[in-house]
Design a protein around this ligand. Structure first.
Ligand code: HEC
Length: 101
């Protein structure tokens, strides 16, 4: 029993350390993504739910910094300003596609 708890703790620590967006909440990120209609252009370009933008073979984002940079480039088109906290939330959400460390 104690060993199980220990392993669970280790796992939690490992996953917590693995995220480049420690202050982000993926669920909040998903809401922001919907609220800002982030998919609109991506869907127009690639169809489906637009998530192919993040999974295409020649996707551009390689690092957490790339991801933040790209979301701000996209935002410039939307005419909205993301706060650093929004970036963390969106990063945490989008990292389900990128698995950035
Ligand atoms: C005005 C249209 C438009 C809107 C709105 C938009 N995007 Fe994009 N997005 C693009 C285009 C075009 C690309 C492809 C850029 C490229 O290939 O260089 C892209 C690419 C991306 C990528 C990079 C995918 C890769 O190659 O790895 C991310 C991440 C992204 N968008 C996030 C967002 C987020 C988050 C929002 C909402 C805040 C958003 N986008 C809103 C047009 C848009």
């Amino acid at each position: 029993m104690r060993l199980t708890a220990f392993i669970a703790l280790l796992f939690t620590a490992a996953t917590a350390a693995a995220t480049p967006f420690p202050k982000g909440d993926a669920q909040t990120g998903q809401k922001l993504f919907a609220q800002h209609k982030c998919s609109s252009c991506h869907i127009a370009m690639l169809g489906g739910d637009g998530s192919a933008m993040f999974t295409r073979v020649d996707r551009k984002v390689r690092t957490a910094a790339d991801l933040v940079e790209q979301m701000n480039r996209c935002n410039a088109n939307l005419g909205i300003q993301l706060t650093p906290q929004d970036e963390q939330h969106l990063g945490a959400y989008l990292n389900r596609y990128y698995n950035l460390k």
